[in-house]
Design a protein around this ligand. Sequence first.
Ligand code: HEC
Length: 191
Amino acid sequence: MKRCSIGDRISKVGIVIAVIMVLAMGSWTVGQAVMTKDFQADKATFTKYLLATARAARTVYVKAVMRKAKEAGMRPSEAWVKEDHALMLPAQFIKALGKEIPEYELGLIGTDPLYEANAPRTQKEREMLARLASGKEKMVTFQDGMQFKGMAADFAITQGCADCHNRHPRSRRHDWKKGDFMGAIIVRMRG
Ligand code: HEC
């Protein structure tokens, strides 16, 4: 009867361990990839919900609060804090909401912003703005370095949007018109 030497046994055990390790590492890598994909999909859905909620809040502010307040003789003004009978602008309303939320950043971003704070911060944000401007998509979500972000397109739905931006002393662009793509509501998750 042929007996395995100790050396043979050790090398067989070694092979078995190596095979188990390769299988374990393989399944861990596949699992990790699936999890990352699911996680990314979840983040995208979640970010879209946040954008939809922010947009809805602004719509209610414009359609209900501002309209009623205008009937009562109030008017929207950027310097609403200092003025009597003045209301914050819709853009200021979104930014004010954002200030109340420490968990993530909510704000506005513009192609030709009145303020530098509303300019794209990264190359990826610039690219995504251009994608929204093409009109094919109304919302985009994307990974940008360590942060996950989402944007919902903002168009000059009335001539009033265009007029105020054209007249604003800080405006570098004076030919806005109704229907133009102006920018987006943006959500930036903390990294
Ligand atoms: C009465 C003036 C006024 C009106 C009307 C107005 N905006 Fe603005 N908008 C502003 C000001 C001022 C800011 C900058 C606010 C800030 O960052 O504090 C701004 C900011 C923005 C921004 C961020 C980029 C930037 O330019 O700084 C976008 C996008 C925007 N507005 C879109 C719109 C749209 C769309 C409408 C119409 C639905 C609209 N605005 C109506 C004055 C106005």
